[in-house]
Design a protein around this ligand. Structure first.
Ligand code: F6P
Length: 319
């Protein structure tokens, strides 16, 4: 293996730059040439490749987003798109690829591996933390800290007015962000897709807190009843309660990465280079209980990683 490529794909996540930097530096130490693919799978198909070196990857460790850019690429869902991408990889003499992203990225990588026999190692890069085979994903820690900081500010105004707030956080199919920020911000109720949200129980919580008091309800965007607006409307229609809604949105994806995300991104970058050199392919490198793991890409999305039951229990003990 002489030349490897790295790219970021799907939703960007803080820590991706630390990851790119680590891939370049460790690759160089191992005698490899490292290529960056610009713009995720779209860039792969279009042949947007650039040589990475120490200068290109200097001064990026503290930056949010991804210097390699990213995309959600419709074309890659089809065999023709993947064929075009494989052609470009081969034309550029790429011997192995490191794909940093979430389940959509890994589905694409898995198909590319199967159809075109290109060695690919995935690394978990998503704020959602919803990939099986790793305790944490790159970007999650920064996202929960950003969300908590924002909620602390909302709490000030909620407290001053004695208002009920529904605050929506990201997590398309998983409640990791909602659970952790709910606990960290002392929320009165947390609605996540993993548990059934009972509106009557929610109403009783609001009553117990006191209708003239601040009440914070954290809603994971993937909750089965819908997002914060939906829950607020439901509680208004059924019980006549007035509430304010705040959707934190993409603010959660930006910002300078925390130490944890910089270290995780770096660690998994180094592990991914070594995994390729050791002949691993169609796997994701992760970190479980402090040890580097290799799990098949398919496993990362077929096994649903549960929100730790102790965390769910803790959240109900604290309200
Ligand atoms: O990257 C994951 C994620 O942030 C989800 O939490 C969210 O549902 C989705 O991406 C939003 O994606 P987009 O930025 O493409 O709208």
């Amino acid at each position: 293996m002489k030349r490897i490529a790295v790219f970021t794909s799907g939703g960007d996540a803080p820590g991706m730059n630390a990851h790119i930097r680590a891939v370049e530096r460790v690759g160089e130490k191992r005698g490899l040439e490292v290529i960056g693919i610009i713009g995720g799978y779209s860039g792969m198909i279009a042949g947007h490749f650039e040589v990475l070196d120490r200068i290109r990857t200097a001064n990026i460790i503290d930056r949010g987003g991804t210097v390699l850019k990213t995309s959600r690429c419709e074309e890659f869902l089809y065999p023709q798109g993947r064929e075009a991408a494989a052609r470009e990889l081969k034309a550029h003499g790429i011997d192995g690829v490191i794909a940093c992203g979430g389940d959509g990225t890994f589905r694409g990588a898995h198909a590319l591996c199967l159809e075109h026999h290109i060695p690919i190692v995935g690394t978990p890069g998503t704020i959602d933390n919803d990939l099986s085979g790793t305790d944490y994903t790159i970007g999650y820690d920064t996202a929960v800290n950003t969300a908590t900081e924002a909620i602390d500010k909302i709490r000030d105004t909620a407290d001053s007015h004695g208002r009920l707030f529904f605050i929506e956080v990201m997590g398309r199919h998983a409640g990791f962000i909602a659970m952790d920020v709910g606990i960290a911000s002392g929320a009165e109720f947390i609605a996540v897709p993993e548990t059934i949200t009972d509106v009557e129980v929610l109403y009783q919580r609001v009553l117990a807190q006191g209708l003239d008091k601040r009440t914070i309800v954290i809603v994971g965007e993937g909750d089965e009843l819908g997002g914060a607006t939906m829950l607020s409307n439901l509680i208004n229609e059924r019980y006549g309660l007035e509430a304010r809604v705040a959707i934190l949105g993409h603010i959660q994806r930006g910002g300078s990465p925390t130490v944890r995300d910089r270290v995780l991104g770096s660690r998994l970058g180094a592990a991914a280079v070594d995994a390729l050199l050791e002949g691993h392919t169609d796997v994701m490198v992760g970190d479980m209980a402090g040890a580097i793991t290799h799990v098949s890409l398919e496993q990362t999305w077929t096994f649903r990683k549960p929100v730790p039951p102790v965390i769910v229990e803790l959240s109900s003990l604290l309200v």
